[in-house]
Write a protein that binds this ligand. Structure first.
Ligand SMILES: [Zn+2]
Length: 90
């Protein structure tokens, strides 16, 4: 018997997977960071909006591994729980 009806489909929308996409800002240029699905590897990245739009060289900020970056931001949030929406200067 096949199980049907209870399979939860994960929405394939980027916004749901990258919780910081559009929220965190690039420390170099101030553009919002955008979540990027991995091309070949397992892990996604956050990329500066300038790099996304204008290509390599548009900003100094490298691609940020999703898990590492989110972990770092969450740690920062725990340390400093006051509302903020920019993460410049890390
Ligand atoms: Zn940037």
């Amino acid at each position: 018997m096949k199980k049907r009806g209870f399979a939860v489909q994960h929405p394939r929308r980027t916004a749901s997977q990258y919780l910081l996409s559009g929220l965190a800002k690039c420390g170099s240029c101030g553009k919002a960071l955008i979540g990027q699905d991995p091309k070949g590897g397992k892990f996604g990245y956050y990329v500066c909006g300038s790099l996304m739009k204008r290509g390599a060289g548009a900003c100094d900020t490298p691609y940020l591994p999703k898990g590492k970056f989110e972990g770092m931001v969450l740690r920062k949030l725990k340390e400093d729980i006051r509302p903020r929406n920019t993460f410049g200067g890390w």
